[in-house]
Design a protein around this ligand. Structure first.
Ligand SMILES: Nc1nc2c(ncn2[C@@H]2O[C@H](COP(=O)(O)OP(=O)(O)OP(=O)(O)O)[C@@H](O)[C@H]2O)c(=O)[nH]1
Ligand SMILES: C=C(OP(=O)(O)O)C(=O)O
Length: 243
């Protein structure tokens, strides 16, 4: 039989253990967790081919750059974001994105989107070991910093998580907590692949700006309805001419 004193000590130990567990959890799941984002961007001359019905061959690369600049500017303005690394081999895009404050990682694998993301993840973790990672597409011109913060805060409860695109078929964001690998399988119907890989789907209302990627003219109209960033608005108004 334990004495009252021993029981009281046990209770204090249990409280301490609970507090320690809570502190460990809080260190990860409570704000301010600040994420390292990895944004892939293919050479602008090759980008946004599915926009051809809405934009000619001169305008498409300029729109792709405007989307990327608005995406990265909004991401850098999010309270949940520590830094943004853009994996690209495009020199003009690299200059513009670096001027916003992004780190530029050359796409040295040159082996497509998922290889670029895996390379970006390795690079970021070599610089910031244990960083929480989020891959985010560069074609989210309506992205809002607060909506991105809500998605990332929800993602922080899981080892890996993702957000499906506006169509509910692809993926706009994939996360990996410290100690987890990103395991990106983007491209086409990636929602199913990310689910099958064990990533948890984030389901939240009011985060349309994080889901609205722009592949087609209809997507662009939907992004405008949400409200695009200033570079996309200016580029669309100017068309292909210099601004
Ligand atoms: N670094 C890098 N980024 C890529 C590559 N392929 C696609 N991306 C980026 O991945 C994201 C999603 O790409 P997609 O929407 O499939 O391609 P897109 O060029 O934007 O559009 P489409 O030409 O219509 O397929 C965008 O941010 C692209 O710029 C690649 O090989 N390397
Ligand atoms: C890369 C993706 O988007 P897209 O629809 O542009 O291929 C994806 O959803 O995995």
């Amino acid at each position: 039989m334990r004495t009252d004193g021993e029981l009281a000590t046990d209770a204090i130990r249990a409280t301490d253990a609970t507090a320690a567990t809570a502190a460990t959890t809080a260190a990860w799941s409570d704000p301010p967790v600040r994420w390292s984002l990895i944004v892939p961007l293919k050479p602008l001359a090759l980008a946004k081919s599915r926009l051809s019905a809405a934009a000619d061959a001169l305008l498409r690369p300029r729109l792709a750059l405007a989307f990327a600049l608005d995406t990265v500017a909004a991401a850098l303005a999010s309270p949940a974001v520590a830094d943004v690394s853009v994996v690209t081999d495009d020199p003009a895009a690299a200059a513009g994105l670096a001027a916003l404050g992004a780190r530029i990682v050359p796409d040295s694998p040159g082996a497509g989107l998922n290889a670029a993301l895996a390379h970006g993840a390795r690079t970021v973790r070599s610089l910031r070991p244990g960083a929480p990672l989020a891959a985010l597409n560069a074609d989210l011109p309506a992205l809002r910093p607060g909506e991105l913060a809500r998605v990332l805060t929800r993602a922080s409860a899981f080892p890996r998580a993702f957000l499906t695109d506006a169509a509910g078929i692809g993926t706009t964001l994939l996360t990996a907590a410290p100690g987890s690998e990103l395991q990106p399988t983007f491209g086409g119907p990636s929602r199913c692949r990310h689910l099958a890989s064990g990533a948890v789907e984030i389901v939240l209302d009011g985060v349309d700006s994080v889901r609205q990627d722009v592949d087609t003219g209809a997507d662009l109209a939907a992004a405008f309805a949400l409200g695009v960033g200033p570079r996309t608005a200016e580029r669309w108004a100017a068309g292909a001419r210099a601004v």
